[in-house]
Design a protein around this ligand. Structure first.
Ligand code: GTP
Ligand code: MG
Length: 233
């Protein structure tokens, strides 16, 4: 609980057997998390088994994709404040407290992985990823007259249930470029958004999206595509 508000954490999981249990425990260990939803996205390893040994609620999502998994988790979460994160060891459970501190004043609080002091040595945050995330975030900021944005690809973020209800019906992206759609829809509804610096560590287990240059480029181009599409529509 955060004050009188129930806090949910959504963890999209595709073959994350190595860290899923520790991730669930780490988020509960923050002391403020009431519910963890693990969305098992057709994992072929023991992700679901491992998750079911924890206090998390495990829900299967058969539509394959990062966006589909997050959208399913957002539908399942029962909290007043809903946090999106990843179960791969890149994010730290106690950083939820940073998001919560700003949730008093903002309807959406997005993590940013651009603060050098918080990027761990092993983190997958090379220059291309860092500059690319920053450039697409700035593009969205300019196109939609948003607040200062510096990272368009940070899963760790918080949204109020009422704010989510206003944008949820318009979600359309099921792939790896879901996060910018979420921000763009929120900006179009004039929701109050702020970014806060969060820790970013190296991942445990195999990377699925930004582990390769090609994967990063593909996701980046899709993010630009969605930013332009909504501006023209
Ligand atoms: N790529 C991908 N990720 C999925 C899918 N379903 C759920 N996920 C989860 O979405 C999160 C993002 O994928 P990651 O491989 O961590 O990608 P990333 O965060 O860009 O890069 P790294 O953490 O450095 O590997 C992970 O928690 C995945 O388990 C899916 O269909 N595709
Ligand atoms: Mg990751």
């Amino acid at each position: 609980m955060y004050g009188t508000r129930k806090v949910s954490v959504v963890l999209p999981a595709y073959n994350e057997e190595q860290y899923i249990r520790e991730a669930v425990e780490d988020f509960f260990a923050s002391g403020v998390v009431d519910e963890v939803i693990v969305v098992d996205n057709n994992s072929r390893d023991r992700t679901a088994d491992e998750a079911s040994r924890t206090r998390a609620r495990v829900v299967p999502e058969v539509k394959q994709g990062y966006g589909h998994a997050l959208r399913r988790g957002l539908r399942e979460a029962s909290g007043d404040l809903i946090v999106l994160a990843e179960p791969d060891g890149t994010f730290i459970g106690r950083d939820v407290l940073k998001l919560l501190a700003y949730s008093e004043d903002f309807e959406m609080v997005c993590g940013t992985r651009t603060t050098r002091e918080l990027i761990w040595t092993q983190a997958n945050m090379g220059w291309f990823l860092r500059v690319g995330n920053w450039a697409v975030a700035k593009m969205i900021q300019v196109l939609y007259g948003g607040p200062s944005l510096s990272d368009c690809g940070c899963t760790l973020r918080l949204i109020h249930r009422e704010a989510l209800a206003r944008i949820q019906p318009d979600f359309s992206v099921g792939g790896s470029h879901f996060l910018p759609e979420m921000v763009i829809l929120a900006l179009k509804k004039n929701l109050r958004i702020i970014e806060v610096p969060v820790n970013y560590r190296g991942r445990v287990g195999e990377s699925k999206i930004t582990g390769s240059f090609a994967g990063t480029l593909r996701t980046g181009l899709r993010m630009i595509g969605i930013a332009v599409k909504y501006r023209l529509s």
